[in-house]
Write a protein that binds this ligand. Structure first.
Ligand SMILES: [Zn+2]
Ligand SMILES: [Zn+2]
Length: 536
């Protein structure tokens, strides 16, 4: 499970959210110089200015092809409905099996002029069935979990935080690029589906360098992409493509989009309805009543911090920008760590974690790193532990996958993450392994398969009656317990089968919870209208 919501689609959300820019009025000085720029005597200017001029011409032609600057700027509001499929790359049930396919359905209504946004997203994938509505009205923002019926205020509500979604309409991509005109550069020519493309780049306010592909014949935007360091795949590209366009009023709008990550499809959608300048009624942006009000998450997540939960047992909370926790146990002669979270865009999480662990328990070797499952946000930080000399412990199905990932060459991942040390992996055979000395005992169980992962390890500390798990039960950090997902039902059933005496459940996501709270979550699900999607 990745950040933002409890669903793998949130990868998609994180990806798009990271290409944020501000749509604002285009400065007049950039709006009429293209022909002149092309005509400039290129001997008078340096390489970067020539590159800019060429790129600027491509962008201006792209704006014309899409309907012209005036028409694009005249878009005050839009309604976009899309429907499609999610492909859970690096987030499927099995690391080497087929990529799991889920569904997504979304309605996005944005009124730039009035600062209004309504976004309703329904997704089903990986044992999660999410239905989330986001409403922004000026400086007020609400994230509504429609199944759990909770209302969480958004810390810094702004349409700018939804540029990723707004960018589904390419007119806004072109206006953003024009707004950043001095950063435009010519990249080169390329091919897309056998058609010649002109590629330029622009730097966003968040310093992301975006490449824009334009079809050389139609001048329409066909793709945007950016490079990044992926903890699993190494040097990677995230790209969104727009294969076909149709006219909506006097602008051209795509008929759908396909999002790619590291060469594979992550999401493909069809635009089932696009409306422009209909001035949606105020009532669309009404906050529904009767939802449980939760506290707003902190505007800036606090730095990762260690909490002692029992003698020699610690949680390190708030890694990966506040979304992931790990557990570590100080045995007599060594330390055992569970989970190595890493973000989609590599963020040195294990370097931070190792420093905190060593500070808390100095002088003991970090002998074992246990990985509950293979998902990139849970296991992607394994390399620093290998460099540390730790032995990896995981379910048998993850061994060859991790060995392959470790062999990848990457020029973008920092050398610290790129251990050349040989990797040792021990697998949990027959679904159980025990670590023990005269004072400590930790039991690992594989409670898979479930709708989220074919193999899934949990850790149980019988003396402390503590259980540590990933993704299956995620208590809201700001209070309530969400309605049980399919994966939570499976977790509860498997826990009962094991017959462990558990008093407290710690998790990679969210706050610690009790078995009673787990039961409440299951009871709420039983009485809800949310149907069980996947076998469990
Ligand atoms: Zn997760
Ligand atoms: Zn997961």
């Amino acid at each position: 499970m990745r950040k933002l919501s409890s669903h793998p689609l949130s990868i998609v959300a994180s990806i798009t959210a990271l290409t944020i820019a501000v749509v604002s009025n285009v400065t007049a000085q950039y709006s009429n110089g293209s022909a002149k720029a092309r005509a400039t005597n290129n001997n008078d200017v340096g390489a970067s200015q020539r590159s800019y001029q060429q790129a600027r011409w491509v962008l201006d032609e792209g704006i014309k092809a899409m309907g012209g600057l005036e028409a694009l700027r005249a878009i005050k509001d839009f309604t976009l409905k899309e429907k499609g499929r999610i492909h859970a790359r690096y987030q499927s049930a099995s690391p080497d099996g087929p990529v799991d396919v889920g569904t997504s359905e979304e309605t996005l209504i944005v009124d730039n002029e009035r600062g209004l946004l309504f976004d309703e997203l329904k997704t089903a994938n990986g044992g999660f069935n999410n239905w989330v509505t986001t409403i922004i009205k000026g400086t007020e923002g609400h994230a509504l979990d429609m199944w759990s019926r909770t209302d969480t205020p958004i810390a810094n509500p702004s349409l700018n935080n939804f540029r990723g979604q707004i960018r589904r309409l390419p007119p806004f991509i072109l206006l953003e690029a024009l707004d950043r005109a001095p950063t435009l550069r010519w990249v080169g020519e390329d091919q897309l589906g056998g058609k010649k493309q002109r590629v330029i780049s622009v730097i966003r306010p968040d310093n992301q360098q975006l490449a824009l592909y334009f079809d050389a014949q139609t001048n329409l935007l066909t793709r945007y992409e950016f490079l990044y360091a992926d903890p699993m795949a190494g040097d990677s590209v995230i790209g969104q493509t727009y294969a076909a366009y149709r006219a909506v009023g006097n602008v051209k709008i795509p008929t759908g989009r396909v999002l790619y990550n590291s060469g594979g499809v992550v999401q493909e959608t069809e635009y089932t309805e696009v409306l422009i300048n209909t001035r949606p009624a105020e009532s669309v942006f009404q906050i529904p009543q009767g939802f449980e009000k939760l506290d707003a998450p902190p505007a800036t997540p606090p730095p990762p911090a260690v909490a002692k939960v029992a003698d020699d047992v610690y949680m390190l909370n708030g890694l990966a920008g506040g979304t992931h926790n790990i557990m570590f146990v100080a045995f007599n002669d060594y330390i055992l760590v569970i989970e190595a979270p890493e973000q989609i865009f590599y963020g040195s999480n294990s370097i931070q974690a190792l420093a905190k662990i060593k500070e808390t328990v100095p002088g003991k070797p970090i002998k074992y790193l246990v990985l509950t499952h293979h998902h990139s946000d849970h296991a992607g930080g394994f390399r620093e532990y290998v460099a540390e000399g730790s032995t990896l412990v995981t379910a048998p199905g993850n061994k060859s996958f991790l060995e392959q990932v470790a062999k990848l060459e990457s020029s973008m991942l920092p050398k610290t993450a790129w251990s050349k040390r040989p990797m040792t992996i021990e697998t949990v055979e027959n679904k159980k392994r025990v670590f023990e000395d005269d004072k400590h005992r930790l039991e690992l169980y594989d409670i898979g398969p479930n709708p989220h992962a074919k193999e899934m390890l949990v850790a149980y500390l019988p003396k402390q009656k503590i259980l540590f798990q990933a993704d299956m039960f995620n208590a809201n950090p700001n209070g309530s317990i969400p309605i049980a997902q399919d994966i939570t039902l499976s977790f509860s059933e498997n826990l009962q089968k094991l017959g462990l005496a558990v008093e407290k459940i710690y998790g990679v996501h969210g706050r610690p919870a009790t078995p009673d709270e787990l039961k409440t979550s299951i009871d709420r699900r039983r009485s809800s209208e949310l149907k069980i999607q996947s076998g469990h």
